[in-house]
Design a protein. Sequence first.
Length: 217
Amino acid sequence: MNEYTPQKKRLQLSFLINLIIVIMEIITLAMSASNYGFTLFRFYTEDSNIFALIACSLCAYYSLKCLKGHSSAIPLWVKTAKYMATCCLTVTFVVVVCVLAPTAGPGGYQMMLLQGSMLVHHFLGPVLAFISFVFLEKEPLLPKKYSFYALIPTLIYAVIILILNISHLIVGPYPFLHVYEQPVYITILWCIIIIGGAYIFTILLRHLNHMGTKKSQ
């Protein structure tokens, strides 16, 4: 890949953005670990950002390998990991913007999107991951069935966190998970909305990523 091609330009930008995400995630996850210890894993936000740290590290590494001519494209499994992580971060961003920030009272958006580690975990991380995945990490193409694969992390979190709440082992950590403080049908409705929305995001992100490329088999 000696010539300066659009693919090489995308790889360079992908490497740069993923490296920025990795650096930001390391700093902010250290802050979260200091504040919450091991209990940070109860938050979908923290779990999705840890996943993003791993996926973006892999993406940056393999982008660099491609740029050095050691590989022709990012491996499918690496792009799948980035796809899954980006979908999780998108869920985080949308839930914050549509649910958590509006219910946090005056200044909710500023607090939830711009303060402390939330600047990265709720805003910059999801936005940069979205940009790099949709516009830069085009190859290889993802088969349609991978849209369901990208939903798996959210499903796993939902099952575990609901079991822990029902068992009285934790409360929340999000208001819509307070299963004993709301009617059962409300909990079910929230599950349908969030899981259904997450699945729509997986389909949408895959479609946006494939725009301008040849259709996958």
